[in-house]
Design a protein around this ligand. Sequence first.
Ligand SMILES: [Zn+2]
Length: 236
Amino acid sequence: MIESLYLNDSYLKSWTAKVVSVKDGKFIVLDKTVFYPNSGGQPWDEGYIVKNGEKFRVVYAGKFSGKISLEVNKVGLNEGDEVSCELDWERRYTLMRHHTAAHLLSAIIYKNFHAKITGNQLGVNRSRMDFSMKDYSIEKMRATIDEANQIIEKDLPVSSYYISREEALQKAELTHLAKGLPEDVKEIRIVKIGDVDEQADAGTHVKHLKEIGKIELLKTDNKGKNNRRMYFCLNE
Ligand SMILES: [Zn+2]
């Protein structure tokens, strides 16, 4: 069983672990990890695995057959090694701020326009959100960003908790999601922003909305009938 420490503490930056397996010299599985694997629109974490003072740079983290596999820049790690790990915190924290901002924006877009998010890709410089929306206008999007920035000023808390599959089936907004999950998924992690949003999510988030900073609309694109694409960045 591999422990994904980031699920319960997204602020953890260093930890010790044991190398469970090594494939082709450079693909490492640890028993405990804080390196978030590329998934759900949130890019992978980077950082270092350190063995006896020697640093191995983690250049990619992905999930394969349910295991988080870390690609390092050189060979030298072996099964059974006791290592210490360091997260590239600046990169991760920026992605956390973008992820929470994306949840807040999707909640407002849904509340005001009943528009559903169809895709998203977070980034360290800018993030992208796709949604289907009739009668779109740039003014509506500007108003959405303004509303989000006002909510950020309230500094609402962000938290996560788990509910069972059965509980999720009772909640109207989660029923669809719960039904789509494989049978062996017994628990669903929910990320909650104050009283404005709850979403099933396995990503990493900030604890307080003010950490996001200020959301700035960069541009919007038309991606076909009712399909819109929006780019935003964050300012301190
Ligand atoms: Zn999310």
